[in-house]
Write a protein of this length. Structure first.
Length: 236
């Protein structure tokens, strides 16, 4: 599952170009029994299975030997701190990150205590394993590695790079299903286009995710726009 995700798109290109170095480790390679067992029944009873600690601890030890001390050993689980763009930026600055993916009901708590340096969640829903969260983190972090995304401007302009939602995008045709592209975008007035997009991003953020505005890095013009929009909304 993880190999398949790494073989596509921006991440795959980054690997091919030598900008990213990503290795997938199979925990079963760090088992000693005939069945290569990685899970066991929970102490205290109850449903489901728990990941055994030994294969995880051995795998991280092998990675240490191969690659040196990782900057972070991240356990993916719904109990983790929310994974955000700020966390992606932080991880992108580390030379080496290990992502621990669990299946089943969870991992033996001693893995958290002994090898994980932090725990992250990609959102408040339950998945069947940590593989997709690991791929989500790899994707978000990879785009921040210089050269991985061809157009650096596109990364800087990304939604969340400044803590705001994105503005609406349009391409041809100028009218589709009776809906016209906003006139200003066709006008060629670059300063006006820039202002329209700024305002649209602020309006959307205020409408859909107002809590983001508290931490957004707004410039003078944007703060002005926000005040104006809020004033208008209050007066209507
Ligand atoms: N954001 N899951 C992990 C198994 C598990 C549970 C506890 C370690 C400790 C998830 C998420 C997520 C499902 C991945 C349970 N492993 N991970 N898995 N949401 O739902 O990160």
């Amino acid at each position: 599952m993880v190999e398949a995700g790494l073989a596509e798109g921006v991440v795959s290109r980054g690997i091919d170009r030598g900008l990213l170095d990503i290795k997938v480790h199979d925990l079963r390679e760090h088992t000693t029994d005939r069945h290569r067992t990685v899970d066991d029944v929970p102490y205290g009873g109850g449903p489901g299975m728990v990941m055994k600690p030994e294969p995880l601890v051995k795998a991280v030890e092998a990675i240490r030997q191969q690659r040196g001390e990782p900057g972070a050993v991240v356990l993916l689980s719904p109990q983790g701190r929310p994974f955000t763009q700020a966390e992606a930026v932080r991880l992108s600055g580390l030379p080496h990150v290990v992502l621990l993916c669990g299946r089943y009901e969870g991992m033996d708590e001693r893995v958290r205590e002994l090898v994980a340096t932090e725990e992250l969640s990609i959102g408040d829903y339950v998945l069947s394993g940590g593989e997709l969260p690991a791929l989500v983190i790899v994707d978000a972090v990879s785009r921040l590695v210089p050269g991985v995304v061809g157009d650096a401007q596109s990364v800087e302009g990304d939604s969340f790079s400044r803590g705001l939602l994105d503005y609406p995008h349009y391409t041809r045709p100028a009218e589709f299903a009776g809906r016209a592209v906003p006139e200003v975008l066709l006008s060629g007035h670059h300063a006006e286009v820039r202002k329209w997009r700024k305002r649209a991003a602020i309006e959307r953020t205020l409408d859909r995710r107002p809590e983001l505005l508290a931490d957004a890095s707004l410039d003078e013009e944007e703060r002005e726009m926000l005040n104006e929009i809020q004033r208008k909304d209050r007066d209507d």
